[in-house]
Write a protein that binds this ligand. Structure first.
Ligand code: PGA
Length: 248
């Protein structure tokens, strides 16, 4: 069984459209029960999405449980709402100034509240050209995870999303075999530091996945699933994507 994480990003722009999209996810989710489907709408639509009986992820959260942090959403609030997953360190958030230190604190807050983190890591085009992909990934993984060793050992599951920055929202997806090799590297970095059971580690690829290329990603044994951004809010695309994923 493969995992599909649908990241709506900052879409759609009205509650009515969100409801229509969520209704389609509900129907397609029922049709394709051999898919672990996780839907990540904007915060504002999470409680509405709950009514559609979907497994939900938040696109971010803060690292404190409560207090004077205007504009932030805490993992405790997400948990109370019935959200089980939180995307942490998406490159679009890193570009807005999120550091590895903040990401590490968020991972801890998520694990402390018994939620499941989806940690995003990935190199930029420049870093890739300079042959620094592995170095960058290692730093991102170690800085996010090493301070949280104790929490990680007790974690039910963790998701690592390998999302090359140059592949996100560009149509320029990573070669699936290359992605798979990089994900093997990520796994080895994690296993070298933590006595974590491999079965608790879910490896996800993200970056310009659509109905045309998804099959080639899901074919790779290292790849447990994909995170779909742009294509996840296109109705025809999501119907096809879920049908393909259902055949695994
Ligand atoms: P994309 O986004 O599918 O539009 O490239 C992926 C992501 O949100 O990481």
């Amino acid at each position: 069984m493969k995992t599909i994480i649908a990241n709506f990003k900052m879409n759609p722009s009205s509650i009515e459209e969100a409801k229509q999209l969520l209704e389609l996810y509900k129907q397609e989710g029922k049709k394709n029960q051999n898919v672990d489907l996780i839907v990540a709408p904007p915060f504002l639509y999470l409680s509405i999405a709950k009514q559609f009986n979907l497994e939900l992820a938040a696109q971010n959260c803060f690292y404190e449980d409560q207090g004077a942090f205007t504009g932030e959403i805490s993992p405790l609030m997400l948990k109370d709402l019935g959200v089980h997953y939180v995307i942490i360190g998406h490159s679009e958030r890193r570009q807005l100034g999120e550091t590895n230190e903040m990401i590490s604190k968020k991972i801890q807050a998520v694990l402390r509240n018994h939620l499941i983190p989806i940690l995003c890591v990935g190199e930029t085009q420049q870093e890739r050209k300079e042959g620094k992909t592995q170095e960058v990934l290692k730093i991102q993984l170690e800085q996010a995870l090493l301070p949280n060793k104790d929490y990680l050992l007790q974690a039910e599951k963790i998701f690592i999303a390998y999302e090359p920055v140059w592949a996100i929202g560009t149509g320029d997806f990573c070669d699936p075999r290359e992605a798979s090799e990089t994900m093997e590297f990520i796994k080895n970095v994690i296993v070298s530091h933590f006595d974590i059971r491999i079965s608790n580690l879910i490896m996800i690829y993200g970056g310009s996945v659509d109905s045309k290329n998804i099959d080639n990603f899901l074919k790779q044994v290292e790849i447990n699933g994909v995170l779909v951004g742009g294509a996840s809010i296109k109705k025809e695309e999501l119907v096809k994507i879920l049908a393909i994923a259902n055949s695994y």
